[in-house]
Design a protein around this ligand. Structure first.
Ligand SMILES: [Zn+2]
Length: 441
C-alpha cells in the first residue's frame, strides 16, 4: 500500500533536511507557526486584537493555554468579515461569499491573498497524487468558472501533477454531463456526493471512471456503496471547507479516514457543548487554526462538523494523524423527543440505497402538537409507482424513528417528484430543515 503522499509534502514544508518526519517534528513546527499566526493576527486584525487582548504571548505557548483561547465562530465572520483582514483589501485576490443559514441571515465572506491561494494549489497538487498520476484526465464537477474558485485551483494543482482536467462545474444537466464523460473518457472524477451518485445512476454503468473523489459535503456510506456497485470504481473522500482554504485532508489508499494538511492547519476535536478539548479517539466537533494564512487567519474556528481522530496508526504507515470520516454536522441533528435525535445521516443511509433515488430534502414541522417529517424525493421520470412505499418502508427501518412512527408520535409525509433529473441542482451541505420554531409551517 502506498503511503499517503501528504507525508512527504508535510516533510518538505517543514523542511529540516533529510530527518525523518516524526510527530515531534510536526508538533514543534505547529507550535512555531501558531506563535507566528497569533502574533500576526493580533498585530493586523482588529477582530483578533480585541479577541486576544489580555492573553500574553508567553501564556499562549502551551497546549493548556492554547485551549483557553476563545473559539471563532461562523457568526463572528458574518458579523464583520473585514475585521478579520490582516492585509489591505488591495492585496486580496479572491473573496468567497457563502450564503449559508445563520441566525442573522448575513452572508459569510472569506478572503484570500495570492499566497493563500498558492497554499491550496500546492495541497491539491500533492493530495490528488493519491488517486491521479501524470497523463491522466480528471473531470471536475465543482464550481470553477471564476479564477481562484475551488475548481480553478484544483485544475491548477492537477496541471502541476502533469494531469489534465475539464472544469465542468456542478451538474445542472445530467444527460449533457454524461455525454461529456462518454465522449472524453476520464480516469477520475471529483464532485459532490449526491450529484455523483445521480450521475452514476443515470449512466447505467457507462463512462465509469477508475476513481472518484467525493468532496464538499460529508459522504454517506450508502452513497459510497452504491457508487462502487454501479461503477466499480475506487472511492476516495476529501474533507475541507472554504474557511480552511478549500482543502483540509484526504483519504490515502487505506481509505479509513483523512490525513490532514498538518503543516498548514492545526486540528482539534472539542466537546460541542462545553468546548473542552477531547482526547484522541473521542468524538466531537472539529475545530481548526490556520498556521500559514496571511489574508484572513482563523484561530480555533468551529466547523460544526462531527468527527474524531483515530488513535491507531493508519495501515499506510504514515506518521500523519488520521481523522475518521466526518459523520455529519451538529446542525444536522434534530431533537424529536427527549433522548431521540434524528440526523440527516440516518436519513441518507436509509434512503440513498433506494433504487434510482436522485435526491431528497427533509423538513420538520410542528403541527397539531405533533412532529411532522416531510420527505420530498426526486426520481427520474417513469421509474415506477412504488417509490412512496419504498421511502415509508426505509423510514420505518431507522431505529430512532421506528417507535415514534409506530406509536403515532411522528407523522411522515412523503412527496415524490418524478422529474427530469437533468434540471436538478445538487444540494451542497445536507441538512434537515427545522421549521418547528420559526412560525412558518
Ligand atoms: Zn493512510
Amino acid at each position: 500500500m502506498k503511503r499517503t503522499p501528504l507525508e512527504s509534502w508535510v516533510s518538505d514544508k517543514i523542511g529540516k533536511g533529510k530527518d525523518p518526519l516524526t510527530r515531534e517534528r510536526i508538533e514543534h513546527h505547529q507550535r512555531l507557526m501558531l506563535q507566528e499566526t497569533l502574533a500576526w493576527a493580533r498585530a493586523k486584525s482588529s477582530f483578533y486584537r480585541r479577541r486576544l487582548a489580555g492573553l500574553s504571548e508567553r501564556a499562549l505557548s502551551g497546549r493548556q493555554e492554547f485551549c483557553r483561547i476563545p473559539f471563532t465562530t461562523a457568526e463572528d465572520i458574518r458579523q464583520n468579515p473585514l475585521h478579520f483582514l490582516c492585509v489591505s483589501q488591495s492585496e486580496i485576490n479572491r473573496v468567497v461569499t457563502l450564503h449559508t443559514s445563520g441566525t442573522t441571515g448575513l452572508p459569510k465572506r472569506i478572503y484570500f491573498t495570492r499566497e493563500d491561494q498558492e497554499l491550496t494549489v500546492d495541497f491539491f497538487h500533492r493530495g490528488m497524487s493519491t488517486l491521479v498520476g501524470p497523463g491522466e484526465r480528471v473531470l471536475i464537477l465543482l464550481p470553477g468558472e471564476r479564477p481562484g474558485s475551488v475548481g480553478d485551483l484544483l485544475a491548477a494543482g492537477l496541471q502541476r501533477l502533469g494531469a489534465s482536467s475539464v472544469v465542468y462545474g456542478p451538474v445542472q444537466d445530467y444527460a449533457q454531463a454524461l455525454e461529456v464523460m462518454v465522449m472524453e473518457g476520464f480516469d477520475a472524477l471529483v464532485g459532490i456526493p449526491v450529484q455523483v451518485l445521480a450521475l452514476a445512476r443515470q449512466s447505467r454503468g457507462r463512462a465509469a471512471p477508475r476513481s472518484v473523489l467525493l468532496s464538499t459535503d460529508y459522504v454517506p456510506d450508502s452513497i459510497k456503496k452504491e457508487l462502487h456497485l454501479i461503477w466499480g470504481c475506487e472511492i476516495y473522500t476529501h474533507y475541507g471547507m472554504t474557511e480552511m482554504g478549500f482543502g483540509g485532508g484526504v483519504d490515502c489508499e487505506a481509505r479509513q479516514g483523512y490525513h490532514m494538511r498538518e503543516a498548514d492547519l492545526l486540528f482539534e476535536v472539542v466537546d460541542p457543548k462545553t468546548g473542552a478539548s477531547l482526547e484522541e479517539g473521542e468524538a466531537g466537533e472539529v475545530v481548526f487554526t490556520t498556521l500559514t494564512r496571511l489574508g484572513m487567519p482563523l484561530i480555533r474556528y468551529r466547523t460544526g462538523d462531527l468527527s474524531r481522530f483515530l488513535p491507531e496508526q493508519c495501515p499506510c504507515g504514515t506518521v500523519l494523524k488520521t481523522m475518521a470520516p466526518v459523520r455529519g454536522r451538529i446542525a444536522g441533528r434534530m431533537d424529536l423527543e427527549p433522548g431521540i435525535v434524528l440526523t440527516i445521516e440516518d436519513l441518507d443511509e436509509a434512503l440513498f440505497p433506494i433504487c434510482n433515488l436522485i435526491d431528497f430534502s427533509a423538513e420538520l414541522t410542528w403541527e397539531e402538537d405533533l412532529n411532522h417529517l416531510e420527505i420530498r424525493a426526486t426520481f427520474p421520470e417513469g421509474s415506477g409507482k412504488h417509490e412512496t412505499e419504498s421511502i415509508h418502508r426505509a423510514l420505518k427501518g431507522i431505529p430512532v424513528l421506528r417507535s415514534s412512527i409506530r406509536e403515532a408520535r411522528l407523522k411522515v409525509r412523503v412527496t415524490v417528484r418524478e422529474g427530469n433529473p437533468s434540471k436538478l441542482n445538487g444540494s451542497v451541505k445536507r441538512t434537515i430543515t427545522d421549521k418547528r420554531n420559526s412560525g412558518v409551517v
